[in-house]
Write a protein that binds this ligand. Sequence first.
Ligand SMILES: NC(=O)c1ccc[n+]([C@@H]2O[C@H](COP(=O)([O-])OP(=O)(O)OC[C@H]3O[C@@H](n4cnc5c(N)ncnc54)[C@H](OP(=O)(O)O)[C@@H]3O)[C@@H](O)[C@H]2O)c1
Length: 256
Amino acid sequence: MKLRNEIVLVSGANRGLGRALVQATLEAGAQRIYAGARDPAQLGEVLALAPDRIVPVALDITDERSRLAAAERAPDVSVLFNNAGVLASYSVLASRREDLLRDFEVNCFGMLDMTTAFLPALVRAGQRTTGNAVAAAVVNVLSITSICNMPAIGGYSASKSAAYSFTQALRCELAPKHIAVHGVLAGAMDTDMVRAMDMPKTPPLEAARNIVHAVEQGEEDILPESASRGMFEVWRNDPRELERTLAAATKPPGPA
Ligand SMILES: NC(=O)c1ccc[n+]([C@@H]2O[C@H](COP(=O)([O-])OP(=O)(O)OC[C@H]3O[C@@H](n4cnc5c(N)ncnc54)[C@H](OP(=O)(O)O)[C@@H]3O)[C@@H](O)[C@H]2O)c1
């Protein structure tokens, strides 16, 4: 579906890929963009992009009251970008249980609960069409590590795998309601999340523009930059080869 004149919400819009998605959806002609942030005071630069089209929304995706209040403030959303995420756990052996749980709470259940909270709006938007056409979309920002674990960030990867599985389930369940469900299998992007990691990274705005283009093309598994496209190709030919590559690329810390 085209984003022109659609009503978009982006979670985690105050920085990183989220901020870039606000800009990319703006460029694509979205009529209104709700910019979700835990601390809306951090949205100043984002709002300055187009004060007449961007609406700040206080939103902690792990907090039910916050989700419901956001869904009330933004009752007309037709395209939901579940972008907010954390990287809290690393090696599955060395990470603390609370950090593993944090990754699942935000990256997996937060994403699912956001979809549930905005489902009434998405269903209403979907009702604008009939047949096999779609008139609403959920875009889940996952990771290329959703399809193959990267041991150095093994706990995070596992949370993104679970989110990928939720994405597949949602795609099936929401198709009859004319709601497309996309999964973004992103590789490394130059944001705060991976600031400390030394590897090639794609500028977030480049990735965001590619994500928007892919949503408009109806791509279900979105590979927004060359690194993820390359890894996906390796995985398609031989999943164990990508597993070996990701294991060799990094040295996970051993158990304490
Ligand atoms: N960067 C990469 O290389 C990479 C690769 C693959 C996938 N991704 C995914 O891309 C997405 C965006 O990440 P990023 O790279 O832009 O990271 P980032 O710069 O660290 O930004 C993360 C964003 O998520 C928000 N957030 C975290 N927990 C939240 C919560 N409970 N409720 C609402 N917002 C919350 C943060 O808000 P605060 O400012 O309040 O913390 C921030 O806006 C994530 O899903 C991430 O897993 C990133």
